[in-house]
Design a protein around this ligand. Sequence first.
Ligand SMILES: [Zn+2]
Length: 111
Amino acid sequence: MSEKSFIIIWGILFFSALIIQGIILKLNKNAKFQKKFFPIALAINLAIFLLLPIFQFFPSLLILAFIGFGVLLFFLSIKRTKYCDVCQKFRYNRTFLEKMNFCQVCGNEFI
Ligand SMILES: [Zn+2]
């Protein structure tokens, strides 16, 4: 496969995954479902995203660095994202060191 066609397929794959997840989240507003769905969707997105550096740098060991970075990003995002039951939306902690104990929008406490 040429690099150009790979990037096109990769782009389609990545954006269709995002669109499908967006539709699923719009259709199912159930908070329990959304909380469960979030890490799965994130893992899928990261896995698809990592295909690009893996394809470009294979068989260099550099791909291990990308995979490690992807895994790190995955756990950081899970830790820093909270679901607000009142707003029924995900809130992302944008501060670096502070813990996010309350929703920035409605003030609901995260348990
Ligand atoms: Zn809220």
